[in-house]
Write a protein that binds this ligand. Structure first.
Ligand code: DOR
Ligand code: ZN
Length: 353
Protein backbone atom coordinates (compact mmCIF):
# COMPACT_ATOMS: atom_id res chain seq x y z
CA UNK A 1 0.00 0.00 0.00
CA UNK A 2 1.54 3.30 -1.06
CA UNK A 3 0.71 6.84 -0.04
CA UNK A 4 2.79 9.07 -2.28
CA UNK A 5 6.25 7.57 -2.21
CA UNK A 6 5.96 6.35 1.36
CA UNK A 7 5.25 2.68 1.90
CA UNK A 8 2.77 2.16 4.73
CA UNK A 9 3.07 -1.58 4.99
CA UNK A 10 5.27 -4.36 3.72
CA UNK A 11 4.69 -8.10 3.62
CA UNK A 12 7.74 -10.34 3.67
CA UNK A 13 8.35 -14.04 4.06
CA UNK A 14 8.48 -14.82 7.73
CA UNK A 15 12.00 -14.21 9.04
CA UNK A 16 14.39 -16.44 10.94
CA UNK A 17 16.54 -15.36 13.87
CA UNK A 18 19.99 -16.76 13.21
CA UNK A 19 21.27 -16.01 16.74
CA UNK A 20 19.01 -16.29 19.77
CA UNK A 21 19.46 -17.07 23.47
CA UNK A 22 16.30 -18.67 24.83
CA UNK A 23 17.76 -19.78 28.19
CA UNK A 24 15.92 -22.54 30.05
CA UNK A 25 13.20 -23.17 32.65
CA UNK A 26 11.06 -20.20 33.69
CA UNK A 27 13.05 -17.75 31.59
CA UNK A 28 12.60 -19.92 28.48
CA UNK A 29 8.84 -20.02 29.04
CA UNK A 30 8.76 -16.24 29.51
CA UNK A 31 10.82 -15.19 26.49
CA UNK A 32 10.08 -17.81 23.83
CA UNK A 33 6.62 -16.38 22.91
CA UNK A 34 8.26 -13.11 21.85
CA UNK A 35 10.69 -14.78 19.47
CA UNK A 36 8.02 -17.20 18.22
CA UNK A 37 5.65 -14.31 17.45
CA UNK A 38 8.08 -12.85 14.91
CA UNK A 39 10.35 -15.63 13.70
CA UNK A 40 9.58 -18.99 12.10
CA UNK A 41 12.93 -20.50 13.08
CA UNK A 42 15.70 -19.59 15.45
CA UNK A 43 19.28 -20.77 15.76
CA UNK A 44 19.48 -21.44 19.47
CA UNK A 45 22.71 -20.54 21.25
CA UNK A 46 24.13 -23.30 23.46
CA UNK A 47 25.60 -21.29 26.37
CA UNK A 48 23.41 -22.81 29.07
CA UNK A 49 24.76 -23.89 32.44
CA UNK A 50 26.07 -26.52 31.81
CA UNK A 51 26.65 -25.81 28.11
CA UNK A 52 25.07 -27.88 25.34
CA UNK A 53 28.04 -29.97 24.27
CA UNK A 54 26.51 -33.35 23.39
CA UNK A 55 23.89 -34.79 21.05
CA UNK A 56 21.96 -35.93 24.09
CA UNK A 57 21.95 -32.47 25.71
CA UNK A 58 20.94 -30.73 22.48
CA UNK A 59 18.11 -33.21 21.88
CA UNK A 60 16.80 -32.71 25.40
CA UNK A 61 17.09 -28.91 25.19
CA UNK A 62 15.26 -28.90 21.86
CA UNK A 63 12.46 -30.90 23.45
CA UNK A 64 12.18 -28.40 26.30
CA UNK A 65 11.95 -25.55 23.80
CA UNK A 66 9.22 -27.33 21.86
CA UNK A 67 7.39 -27.95 25.13
CA UNK A 68 7.56 -24.25 26.03
CA UNK A 69 6.10 -23.01 22.74
CA UNK A 70 2.75 -21.23 22.78
CA UNK A 71 0.01 -23.69 21.74
CA UNK A 72 -0.56 -22.23 18.28
CA UNK A 73 3.14 -21.78 17.49
CA UNK A 74 5.03 -23.70 14.83
CA UNK A 75 8.33 -22.08 15.84
CA UNK A 76 11.21 -24.37 14.93
CA UNK A 77 14.34 -24.36 17.08
CA UNK A 78 17.52 -25.10 15.13
CA UNK A 79 20.21 -26.17 17.54
CA UNK A 80 23.92 -25.47 17.85
CA UNK A 81 26.55 -27.17 19.97
CA UNK A 82 29.10 -25.53 22.23
CA UNK A 83 32.74 -26.26 21.46
CA UNK A 84 35.22 -26.91 24.22
CA UNK A 85 38.88 -27.94 24.22
CA UNK A 86 37.61 -31.50 24.58
CA UNK A 87 35.01 -31.58 21.79
CA UNK A 88 35.00 -34.89 19.96
CA UNK A 89 34.89 -34.71 16.13
CA UNK A 90 32.75 -37.86 15.99
CA UNK A 91 30.13 -36.42 18.34
CA UNK A 92 30.09 -33.13 16.41
CA UNK A 93 29.62 -34.97 13.13
CA UNK A 94 26.96 -37.31 14.51
CA UNK A 95 24.83 -34.39 15.70
CA UNK A 96 25.16 -32.72 12.32
CA UNK A 97 24.45 -35.81 10.21
CA UNK A 98 21.47 -36.72 12.38
CA UNK A 99 20.02 -33.21 12.09
CA UNK A 100 20.27 -32.51 15.83
CA UNK A 101 22.29 -29.33 15.26
CA UNK A 102 23.20 -27.22 12.25
CA UNK A 103 26.38 -25.60 13.50
CA UNK A 104 28.93 -25.44 16.31
CA UNK A 105 29.63 -22.33 18.35
CA UNK A 106 33.13 -21.20 19.18
CA UNK A 107 33.26 -19.15 22.34
CA UNK A 108 36.81 -18.15 23.21
CA UNK A 109 37.03 -19.18 26.88
CA UNK A 110 35.77 -16.40 29.11
CA UNK A 111 34.78 -14.07 26.25
CA UNK A 112 31.19 -13.60 27.40
CA UNK A 113 28.26 -14.96 29.45
CA UNK A 114 28.74 -18.67 30.24
CA UNK A 115 31.79 -18.89 28.02
CA UNK A 116 34.16 -20.22 30.70
CA UNK A 117 33.93 -23.74 29.28
CA UNK A 118 34.84 -22.36 25.84
CA UNK A 119 37.96 -22.93 23.79
CA UNK A 120 41.23 -21.84 25.39
CA UNK A 121 43.38 -22.50 22.34
CA UNK A 122 42.19 -22.85 18.76
CA UNK A 123 44.87 -25.50 18.23
CA UNK A 124 42.91 -27.74 20.62
CA UNK A 125 39.99 -27.97 18.19
CA UNK A 126 41.96 -28.53 14.98
CA UNK A 127 40.54 -32.07 14.55
CA UNK A 128 37.01 -30.71 15.03
CA UNK A 129 37.54 -27.92 12.49
CA UNK A 130 39.06 -30.38 10.00
CA UNK A 131 35.95 -32.53 10.33
CA UNK A 132 33.53 -29.61 10.07
CA UNK A 133 35.29 -28.37 6.96
CA UNK A 134 35.03 -31.84 5.43
CA UNK A 135 31.31 -32.27 6.15
CA UNK A 136 30.29 -28.68 5.35
CA UNK A 137 29.18 -27.85 8.89
CA UNK A 138 29.23 -24.13 9.75
CA UNK A 139 31.35 -22.73 12.58
CA UNK A 140 29.64 -19.90 14.45
CA UNK A 141 32.11 -17.54 16.05
CA UNK A 142 31.96 -15.17 18.98
CA UNK A 143 34.79 -13.05 17.64
CA UNK A 144 36.45 -11.29 20.55
CA UNK A 145 39.95 -11.52 21.96
CA UNK A 146 40.05 -12.66 25.57
CA UNK A 147 43.40 -11.04 26.29
CA UNK A 148 42.61 -8.82 29.29
CA UNK A 149 45.21 -6.31 28.10
CA UNK A 150 43.21 -5.64 24.93
CA UNK A 151 40.86 -2.66 25.17
CA UNK A 152 37.24 -3.84 25.26
CA UNK A 153 36.41 -1.75 22.20
CA UNK A 154 39.26 -3.38 20.23
CA UNK A 155 38.57 -7.00 21.12
CA UNK A 156 36.67 -7.82 17.95
CA UNK A 157 39.28 -6.23 15.68
CA UNK A 158 42.14 -8.01 17.47
CA UNK A 159 40.37 -11.38 17.30
CA UNK A 160 39.78 -11.01 13.57
CA UNK A 161 43.45 -10.20 12.91
CA UNK A 162 45.08 -12.65 15.26
CA UNK A 163 42.69 -15.60 15.21
CA UNK A 164 40.00 -15.52 12.57
CA UNK A 165 42.01 -14.60 9.48
CA UNK A 166 44.63 -17.30 10.19
CA UNK A 167 41.79 -19.78 10.81
CA UNK A 168 40.06 -18.91 7.53
CA UNK A 169 43.34 -19.26 5.67
CA UNK A 170 44.15 -22.58 7.28
CA UNK A 171 40.67 -24.08 6.76
CA UNK A 172 39.93 -22.78 3.31
CA UNK A 173 36.71 -24.72 2.87
CA UNK A 174 35.26 -24.07 6.34
CA UNK A 175 31.95 -22.21 6.45
CA UNK A 176 32.00 -19.54 9.14
CA UNK A 177 29.44 -17.14 10.56
CA UNK A 178 30.86 -14.17 12.40
CA UNK A 179 28.16 -13.60 14.97
CA UNK A 180 26.91 -10.14 15.93
CA UNK A 181 29.42 -8.22 13.80
CA UNK A 182 30.12 -4.79 15.24
CA UNK A 183 32.90 -3.15 13.24
CA UNK A 184 33.54 -1.76 9.80
CA UNK A 185 36.64 -3.95 9.48
CA UNK A 186 34.61 -7.07 10.23
CA UNK A 187 32.10 -6.15 7.53
CA UNK A 188 34.95 -5.78 5.03
CA UNK A 189 36.41 -9.10 6.12
CA UNK A 190 33.09 -10.87 5.63
CA UNK A 191 32.79 -9.47 2.12
CA UNK A 192 36.35 -10.56 1.31
CA UNK A 193 35.65 -14.18 2.29
CA UNK A 194 32.00 -14.44 1.18
CA UNK A 195 30.13 -16.59 0.29
CA UNK A 196 31.67 -19.16 2.63
CA UNK A 197 31.72 -16.54 5.37
CA UNK A 198 28.64 -14.70 6.56
CA UNK A 199 27.73 -12.47 9.49
CA UNK A 200 24.73 -11.85 11.66
CA UNK A 201 23.88 -8.29 12.62
CA UNK A 202 21.71 -7.40 15.63
CA UNK A 203 19.00 -4.73 15.75
CA UNK A 204 20.73 -2.95 18.60
CA UNK A 205 24.08 -2.67 16.85
CA UNK A 206 22.23 -1.02 13.96
CA UNK A 207 20.62 1.49 16.33
CA UNK A 208 23.07 2.35 19.10
CA UNK A 209 26.71 3.31 19.29
CA UNK A 210 29.05 3.31 22.26
CA UNK A 211 28.00 6.78 23.28
CA UNK A 212 24.41 5.53 23.71
CA UNK A 213 25.60 3.45 26.65
CA UNK A 214 26.54 6.58 28.55
CA UNK A 215 24.17 9.21 27.15
CA UNK A 216 22.79 11.17 30.12
CA UNK A 217 23.83 8.37 32.49
CA UNK A 218 24.76 4.70 32.41
CA UNK A 219 22.39 2.38 30.50
CA UNK A 220 23.05 -1.17 31.65
CA UNK A 221 20.35 -2.63 29.42
CA UNK A 222 22.35 -1.54 26.36
CA UNK A 223 25.45 -3.35 27.56
CA UNK A 224 26.21 -6.46 25.55
CA UNK A 225 29.22 -8.24 24.10
CA UNK A 226 30.62 -7.40 21.69
CA UNK A 227 29.99 -3.90 23.02
CA UNK A 228 28.59 -1.25 20.66
CA UNK A 229 31.35 0.67 18.86
CA UNK A 230 31.83 4.18 17.43
CA UNK A 231 29.28 5.77 15.13
CA UNK A 232 31.20 5.07 11.91
CA UNK A 233 31.04 1.37 12.71
CA UNK A 234 27.28 1.55 13.25
CA UNK A 235 26.91 3.26 9.88
CA UNK A 236 29.02 0.56 8.20
CA UNK A 237 26.79 -2.12 9.76
CA UNK A 238 23.72 -0.33 8.43
CA UNK A 239 25.20 -0.19 4.94
CA UNK A 240 26.00 -3.90 5.11
CA UNK A 241 22.59 -4.98 6.41
CA UNK A 242 20.64 -2.85 3.97
CA UNK A 243 22.85 -3.74 0.99
CA UNK A 244 20.99 -6.95 0.25
CA UNK A 245 24.34 -8.80 -0.01
CA UNK A 246 23.81 -12.48 0.75
CA UNK A 247 26.56 -12.65 3.37
CA UNK A 248 24.66 -10.48 5.87
CA UNK A 249 21.62 -11.72 7.74
CA UNK A 250 19.50 -11.09 10.82
CA UNK A 251 20.52 -12.50 14.18
CA UNK A 252 19.05 -10.63 17.12
CA UNK A 253 21.39 -11.95 19.83
CA UNK A 254 18.43 -11.46 22.13
CA UNK A 255 20.01 -12.32 25.49
CA UNK A 256 17.61 -11.91 28.41
CA UNK A 257 18.85 -11.48 31.95
CA UNK A 258 16.92 -10.65 35.07
CA UNK A 259 16.75 -6.90 35.65
CA UNK A 260 18.64 -7.21 38.92
CA UNK A 261 21.53 -8.97 37.22
CA UNK A 262 21.88 -6.08 34.76
CA UNK A 263 21.29 -3.24 37.23
CA UNK A 264 24.10 -4.37 39.46
CA UNK A 265 27.59 -3.37 40.57
CA UNK A 266 28.85 -5.92 38.04
CA UNK A 267 26.08 -6.14 35.49
CA UNK A 268 25.98 -8.93 32.96
CA UNK A 269 26.11 -8.54 29.19
CA UNK A 270 23.07 -8.99 26.96
CA UNK A 271 20.32 -6.97 25.30
CA UNK A 272 16.82 -8.44 25.42
CA UNK A 273 15.75 -7.58 21.88
CA UNK A 274 13.19 -10.27 21.03
CA UNK A 275 9.96 -8.31 21.43
CA UNK A 276 11.07 -5.34 19.33
CA UNK A 277 13.48 -6.93 16.87
CA UNK A 278 11.46 -6.87 13.69
CA UNK A 279 10.07 -3.42 14.43
CA UNK A 280 13.63 -2.16 14.86
CA UNK A 281 15.01 -3.81 11.74
CA UNK A 282 12.07 -2.44 9.69
CA UNK A 283 12.72 1.05 11.04
CA UNK A 284 16.40 0.87 10.09
CA UNK A 285 15.65 -0.28 6.55
CA UNK A 286 12.93 2.36 6.21
CA UNK A 287 15.21 5.14 7.44
CA UNK A 288 17.85 4.06 4.95
CA UNK A 289 15.42 3.79 2.02
CA UNK A 290 15.95 0.03 1.74
CA UNK A 291 12.61 -1.57 2.64
CA UNK A 292 12.79 -3.45 -0.65
CA UNK A 293 15.84 -5.30 0.72
CA UNK A 294 14.42 -6.08 4.15
CA UNK A 295 13.17 -9.51 3.09
CA UNK A 296 16.60 -10.56 1.81
CA UNK A 297 18.26 -9.68 5.12
CA UNK A 298 15.50 -11.01 7.38
CA UNK A 299 14.20 -14.04 5.54
CA UNK A 300 16.35 -15.20 2.62
CA UNK A 301 20.09 -14.72 3.11
CA UNK A 302 20.50 -16.72 6.31
CA UNK A 303 18.42 -19.64 5.10
CA UNK A 304 20.45 -19.75 1.89
CA UNK A 305 23.72 -19.71 3.84
CA UNK A 306 22.56 -22.71 5.91
CA UNK A 307 21.21 -24.49 2.82
CA UNK A 308 17.59 -24.28 3.98
CA UNK A 309 14.51 -23.22 2.07
CA UNK A 310 12.98 -19.88 3.04
CA UNK A 311 9.78 -19.97 5.05
CA UNK A 312 6.47 -20.25 3.21
CA UNK A 313 4.50 -18.12 5.66
CA UNK A 314 4.51 -14.34 5.43
CA UNK A 315 4.37 -11.54 7.98
CA UNK A 316 3.13 -8.01 7.55
CA UNK A 317 4.84 -4.93 8.93
CA UNK A 318 2.91 -1.72 9.23
CA UNK A 319 3.92 1.88 9.63
CA UNK A 320 1.76 2.28 12.70
CA UNK A 321 3.17 3.82 15.87
CA UNK A 322 2.98 1.42 18.78
CA UNK A 323 4.60 0.54 22.05
CA UNK A 324 5.80 -2.75 23.45
CA UNK A 325 5.58 -3.36 27.18
CA UNK A 326 8.85 -2.26 28.83
CA UNK A 327 9.35 -5.46 30.80
CA UNK A 328 8.64 -9.18 30.60
CA UNK A 329 8.04 -11.24 33.75
CA UNK A 330 10.60 -14.03 33.73
CA UNK A 331 10.56 -16.49 36.59
CA UNK A 332 12.04 -14.86 39.65
CA UNK A 333 12.03 -11.35 38.24
CA UNK A 334 11.63 -9.49 35.00
CA UNK A 335 13.63 -8.69 31.89
CA UNK A 336 13.87 -5.19 30.44
CA UNK A 337 12.94 -5.01 26.76
CA UNK A 338 15.19 -3.18 24.28
CA UNK A 339 13.23 -0.03 23.32
CA UNK A 340 10.36 -1.26 25.48
CA UNK A 341 7.88 1.48 26.32
CA UNK A 342 9.16 3.74 23.54
CA UNK A 343 6.97 4.69 20.62
CA UNK A 344 8.15 2.60 17.67
CA UNK A 345 7.18 3.71 14.17
CA UNK A 346 6.69 0.16 12.83
CA UNK A 347 4.40 -2.56 14.16
CA UNK A 348 4.31 -6.29 13.42
CA UNK A 349 1.16 -8.13 12.31
CA UNK A 350 0.45 -11.84 12.66
CA UNK A 351 2.23 -14.36 10.46
CA UNK A 352 0.04 -15.84 7.70
CA UNK A 353 0.64 -19.33 6.38
O1 DOR B 1 25.91 -9.74 25.40
C1 DOR B 1 25.95 -10.94 25.26
N1 DOR B 1 25.13 -11.76 25.95
N2 DOR B 1 26.83 -11.47 24.42
C2 DOR B 1 27.01 -12.79 24.32
O2 DOR B 1 27.84 -13.19 23.56
C3 DOR B 1 26.27 -13.72 25.19
C4 DOR B 1 25.02 -13.14 25.64
C5 DOR B 1 24.37 -13.90 26.76
O3 DOR B 1 24.27 -15.12 26.66
O4 DOR B 1 23.91 -13.27 27.71
ZN1 ZN C 1 24.79 -14.33 21.59
Amino acid sequence: MNSGTTVDSITIRQPDDWHVHLRDGAMLAAVLPFTAAQFARGLIMPNLVPPVTTVEAATAYRRRILGARPLDSGFEPLMSCYLTDHSDPDEIETGYQEGVWIGAKLYPAGATTNAHHGVTDIGAITPVLDRMERIGMPLLVHGESTDPAVDVFDREAVFMETTLVPLLNRFQGLKVVIEHATTEETVDLVRAYAPRVGATITPHHLMINRTSLFQGGLHPHLYCLPIAKREHHRLALRRAATSGEGCFFAGTDTAPHLKGAKESSCGCAGVFAAATALQSYAQVFDEDGALDRLEAFMSLNGAAFYGLAPNGATIRLERRPGRVHPTVAGGEGEGVVFRGGEELPWAVGRAQS
